[in-house]
Design a protein around this ligand. Structure first.
Ligand SMILES: Nc1ncnc2c1ncn2[C@@H]1O[C@H](COP(=O)(O)OP(=O)(O)OP(=O)(O)O)[C@@H](O)[C@H]1O
Ligand SMILES: [Mg+2]
Length: 267
């Protein structure tokens, strides 16, 4: 049974169709990377997986439990096993780095103060932020904030990690560090992860499989080597980072366009 199973998932906002019948199954211990242009619905997909957005149709199941059928308490239990790294670090501004990273540990575990402090230190060291415990988010650079968010996501040693562009705003070395942490967590703890990224180098480094979200659908869910040579024009254009091609073109008109109604006559 897949750890995360996205089944016929559709989500629109008013007339804007963002996800249209998306299917995606992530197996235990697998690292899935989702690529896609800006505004294609990657964050919406992650929010549906987390149960933060309700799909219009279809569903998401975690370990066989359908997220939208869970009670608040059950959803809370499921979320404890998920480390989510938001696109914007979403730190608590009034709290220090240490309090931010240790927040869930204090809330959801019976760890002593000393144990929390040790685990926070361990997580900060992992992301290259040794000794930053007492700083406030306002004193951090954008990249440091992202890494604090990352440390917070891994603090509870979650079974599932969801990363929304974890490396945006980081220099290439730190991008590589984050990629390595994702790989280490997978190897040491068997973590299952979904990572959204625009960084192709780290995508190919960390992915067991890669998907491209395009016009509401997953165009391919393939092993990196197969994805790289997929003849689909949209995939190849995305990989080349080329402005010319179908990627930016308007979608084709529907196969059976509705009869156009004559404009209303004005008096
Ligand atoms: N709560 C909402 N209400 C209305 N529209 C929304 C909402 N959330 C997202 N959208 C719209 O859905 C589309 C997809 O948004 P989403 O944030 O998932 O894009 P994305 O693929 O994550 O883009 P980026 O790479 O820029 O982060 C956008 O057009 C956005 O405006
Ligand atoms: Mg996004």
């Amino acid at each position: 049974m897949p750890v995360i199973d996205v089944v016929n998932l559709s989500k629109s906002f008013g007339k804007l169709v963002v996800l249209s019948d998306v299917n995606l199954a992530v197996e235990e211990g697998e690292s899935l990377v989702i690529l896609g242009g800006s505004g294609t619905g990657k964050t919406v997909l992650l929010r549906c997986i987390m149960g933060l957005l309700k799909p219009d149709s279809g569903h998401v199941a975690m370990d066989g439990q359908v997220i939208q059928d869970l009670t608040r308490d059950q959803l809370f239990e499921v979320r404890k096993q998920i480390g989510m790294c938001f696109q914007m670090a979403a730190l608590f501004d009034s709290m220090s780095v240490e309090e931010n990273v240790g927040f869930a540990l204090k809330r959801h575990t019976t760890m002593t103060r000393g144990e929390v402090s040790d685990r926070v230190e361990e997580c900060l060291n992992l992301v290259g932020l040794k000794g930053t415990q007492k700083l406030r988010p306002a004193e951090l650079s954008g990249g440091m904030k992202r890494r604090v968010g990352f440390a917070r996501a891994i603090a509870l040693k979650p079974k599932i990690l969801l990363f929304d562009e974890p490396t945006t705003g980081l220099d290439p070395v730190m991008t590589d560090v984050i990629g390595r942490i994702i790989m280490d967590l997978k190897q040491e703890l068997g973590v299952t992860s979904i990572t959204i990224t625009h960084d192709l180098k780290s995508a190919f480094a960390i992915a067991d499989r890669i998907a491209l979200l395009f016009r509401g659908k997953c165009l391919a869910v393939q092993k990196p080597e197969a994805f790289r040579v997929n003849p689909n024009e949209v995939i190849q254009q995305f990989l080349r980072g080329d402005a010319d091609g179908p990627f930016l073109q308007d979608p084709p008109p529907p196969a059976h366009p509705k009869k156009s109604t004559p404009p209303e006559a004005h008096p």
